[in-house]
Unconditional design. Structure first.
Length: 397
């Protein structure tokens, strides 16, 4: 095994990171609980948005880990452990999904037998859209993700101690399996948790649209954390502009890919001009939702696209931090835009609620707390990974 001279020295994150995470979580959780008691129906929608945001960060980060292994990339190896830490909230999804199961009736009209009895389309879809089968799909998929998380992360951390290169080969095998599994499972989850909110609507590329957004936010959180850790001396000095250029270029690529899929989905349904397809977009263009739609067009694509267009922009750490936070915010707004107009489909009148923010605060606090705990327990870089030295020595020119 080649000698690795990383220059890495394990340090503890400031205690303030843990405190901030706890404070945000407690404030958000308490406020959300109060709101849920006051208005459980409205709280169900706010909770779903926050849950989907946490799912995006955690499962998207695990996908980044799998892509790093499967592709054999070296420049990303020093960043991989950061993505592993963000994926650490996957086990919590098993717990946090439970409140949603108790509120399916508040979210989905296909759970109302009286509505299904009067709607022939819902009757035709009832073989798929029924509570028992829905529950099975959600639980099976969450445990599939948990399975891959446990074994991939276990192998990675075990290698820090043993240095056994066979562990890398095992993770490559797991990653090659996980990537297509993820493609199928995230499509099913996007249909179940988002598309079926409006059970008459359908889109053949909706899963790809959700996947593109997940990749954007997973790359954004990794980029932001890597820059902060680098600036405060937690990462090796060998990690330089070329590494951040490559990471931000990948983010730039998925921002463009997200825009392409978003436009393709809209164009196909606009051109087809079928009422059972176009109503979904019309709901998101009427009233105040038109403003949100325009914000997403500019904020999720045009602004970050031009902000990251040049080489200089991709190595400007201050700009990259801002864009990373911007993409996180845009992804949350995108989820919000997909979920909240569906309240009208269930006969509810939408209005902004402070629960939309309180649930988000709780999720951010949870992510910060888990990241802090992972940094305290494990190395920030995979110190005995066979690709690490090449990753640290990576240069574009």
């Amino acid at each position: 095994m080649p000698k690795i001279e990383s220059g890495y020295i394990k340090k503890e994150l400031p205690k303030s990171v843990e405190k901030l995470g706890i404070i945000l979580f407690v404030i958000g959780a308490v406020a959300s609980l109060i709101g849920f008691i006051m208005d459980p129906v409205r709280g169900s929608y706010s909770y779903l948005v926050a849950f989907l945001f946490l799912l995006s960060v955690s499962v998207g980060s695990l996908l980044l880990v799998a892509i790093e292994y499967a592709s054999g990339a070296t420049w990303s190896t020093p960043f991989r452990r950061i993505s592993e830490f963000f994926a650490s909230t996957i086990p919590l999804l098993i717990i946090l999904v439970i409140p949603l199961f108790f509120n399916l009736h508040n979210l989905f009209n296909w759970t109302h037998s009286s509505i299904v009895a009067k709607d022939k389309i819902l009757q035709l879809k009832s073989a798929y859209l029924n509570s028992p089968f829905f529950d099975v799909r959600v639980w099976v998929i969450l445990f599939i993700w948990l399975f891959f998380y446990i074994f991939m992360i276990k192998n990675s951390r075990k290698q820090d101690i043993s240095g056994d290169q066979l562990l890398t080969k095992r993770n490559i095998t797991l990653s090659v399996i996980f990537i297509p599994v993820f493609a199928v499972t995230i499509t099913i989850q996007s249909i179940d948790w988002i598309m079926s909110l409006e059970s008459r609507w359908f889109s053949t590329i909706f899963g790809v649209y959700v996947f593109a957004g997940i990749m954007c936010v997973a790359l954004a959180v990794t980029l932001y954390a890597a820059i902060l850790l680098k600036e405060h001396g937690f990462l090796p000095a060998k990690i330089k502009d070329d590494h951040f250029y490559s990471l931000s270029t990948l983010l730039f690529a998925f921002i463009s890919f997200w825009a392409y899929i978003a436009f393709a989905q809209y164009l196909l349904q606009w051109y087809g001009n079928l009422p059972e397809e176009t109503f979904w977009f019309m709901q998101r263009w009427n009233g105040g939702w038109k403003i949100i739609s325009v914000i997403i067009i500019f904020g999720h694509f045009l602004i970050p696209f031009f902000a990251l267009l040049s080489y200089k922009a991709k190595t400007d750490l201050k700009r990259l931090k801002f864009i990373a936070i911007w993409i996180m915010a845009m992804h949350f707004i995108d989820i919000y835009w997909m979920v909240m107009p569906s309240m009208k489909n269930n006969g509810l009148q939408y209005s902004f609620s402070w629960m939309d923010i309180s649930f988000l605060l709780a999720v951010i606090g949870l992510i910060l707390f888990m990241f802090y705990k992972m940094v305290q327990k494990h190395n920030l870089i995979p110190i005995n990974d066979p690709k690490l030295q090449r990753g640290l020595d990576f240069q574009l020119k």
